[in-house]
Design a protein around this ligand. Structure first.
Ligand SMILES: *Cc1c(COP(=O)(O)O)cnc(C)c1O
Length: 423
């Protein structure tokens, strides 16, 4: 048996307390869509291990890619050296993403790829002789990561900024986009954003946002027309647009990248989470030729960033295998099927007591309650029905692996309905 006492007393879990630790469940292995606890119980994974697991667990193709790369080399430094897995991956990313994005920086985690994106934007304007363009405009309810640079662009309230206020760069914030995914975006809806840009563009390097889906900051889906409008305003006022697709990338929202809903391309794009199909940590920041040339023609002459484990070969190899699998298995059909089923099967909750809203986009299903739920009791109830979810505040949501069967998805949604309608 695992030493849960030690875990409780010595190990930090994400956003956890070591004085009053919430329960953690010991996992022995995972296979397909199921996470198996030490006591043998199998739980259908409704979280996709935080947006990252696309093809399920213990996938032969992904294991083979990691094993075969390991036998050649687990790692070499990327400074002055290169290798096939990285070249192949960057080729794939350039081909998959919108055409203007041509240059790739391989980072080690989502937050780091956001730091890299911010640094790119600042270095770009510095080399244009406009060092005063050094602030960002972010959206309320946004989430971009936990490191200091990224944290400074998260929603100042839900991101708990006040704790670190004295250490954080003060950026500007526009209201969260109001029009929902299927609603039009009026002048009124972008008026405040437009005003902020018009009044501050001399100090603004970029707008940073999560396209279409605001994830950890509220699980909100907004209108593609809003995103189009942001792109226009950035062009009109000489701002770069940073699209953070760490959560939405690789099909999750129903398009390969959420920017495609609006038919726009950012100047800088961050990818992470599902990049390796949920196996290893790896992220990427892509940018246009214009941004890259701007940076490299500047004072430093180079882009000033280079992590020790940059471009880890095993991570790149498994990312390649994951992307191959995604394309071969017809992800579009898988995601569309999940969307249709989530819409149908979560609909009854719309009228349930205590439920504020039910929304579905792509392979993302969200139930927003009127009040915050008790995480521990909801989780316990779901586990007893063989389901793994991690509610957050008022939000009980799912983004299952794309390979989930119709039957398993039904088990997941009926457990959600049962648990949430009896709260
Ligand atoms: C998860 C997430 C991040 C941070 O990625 P980490 O790998 O956790 O550092 C940044 N932006 C968005 C939109 C995310 O969902």
């Amino acid at each position: 048996m695992m030493d849960l006492e030690f875990d409780k007393n010595h190990i930090w879990h994400p956003y956890s307390s070591l004085i009053n630790p919430p329960p953690v469940y010991p996992v022995a292995r995972a296979e397909g869509v199921r996470i198996y606890l030490e006591d043998g119980r199998g739980l259908i994974d409704g979280m996709g291990s935080w947006w990252s697991t696309l093809h399920g667990y213990n996938v032969p193709e992904l294991n083979a890619a990691m094993q075969s790369q390991m036998e050649k080399m687990s790692h070499v430094m990327f400074g002055g050296l290169t290798h096939e897995p990285a070249i192949e991956l960057c080729k794939k990313l350039v081909a998959l993403t919108p055409e203007p994005l041509q240059k790739v920086f391989l980072a080690d985690s989502g937050s780091v790829s956001v730091e890299v994106a911010i640094k790119m934007a600042l270095q770009y304007w510095h080399s244009q002789g406009k060092p005063k363009k050094n602030k960002l405009l972010a959206l309320r309810n946004g989430y971009h990561g936990d490191t200091f640079g990224a944290m400074a662009t998260c929603d100042p309230v839900t991101g708990m900024h006040h704790l670190f206020a004295s250490q954080l760069t003060q950026h500007l914030f526009a209201p969260a986009p109001k029009p929902k995914f299927d609603e039009p975006c009026t002048e009124q809806d972008t008026a405040e954003l437009q005003q902020l840009i018009e009044q501050n563009h001399q100090h603004l390097a970029a707008v940073i946002l999560e396209p279409i889906v605001q994830g950890a900051g509220g699980m909100r889906f907004y209108s593609p027309e809003y995103l189009k409008r942001v792109r226009e305003l950035c062009d009109q006022h000489d701002l770069l647009l940073i699209a953070d697709e760490i959560a939405t990338g690789f099909g999750r929202s129903g398009k390969m990248f959420a920017c495609e809903h609006a038919g726009i391309s950012p100047d800088i794009l961050t990818l992470g989470k599902a990049l390796t199909g949920g196996t290893m940590t790896l992220a990427a920041t892509l940018c246009t030729d214009k941004v890259a040339n701007g940076i490299c023609n500047g004072e430093a002459g180079v882009f000033m960033h280079g992590p020790t484990f940059m471009g880890n070969p095993i991570a790149c190899a498994v990312a390649n295998a994951s992307i191959d699998l995604l394309l071969r298995r017809n992800w579009q059909q898988q995601v569309d099927r999940i969307e249709t089923q989530l819409k149908a099967e979560l609909a009854p909750l719309k009228n349930a007591e205590g439920v504020f809203d039910v929304r579905v986009l792509g392979a993302i299903g969200v139930v927003e309650m009127q009040k915050p739920v008790n995480n521990t009791t909801v989780q316990e109830s779901l586990i007893n029905q063989g389901i793994w979810l991690r509610p957050f505040g008022k939000l009980v949501y799912t983004m299952p692996p794309y390979i989930i069967s119709t039957g398993d998805l039904s088990s997941l949604t009926s457990a959600m309905c049962k648990t949430l309608s009896t709260l």
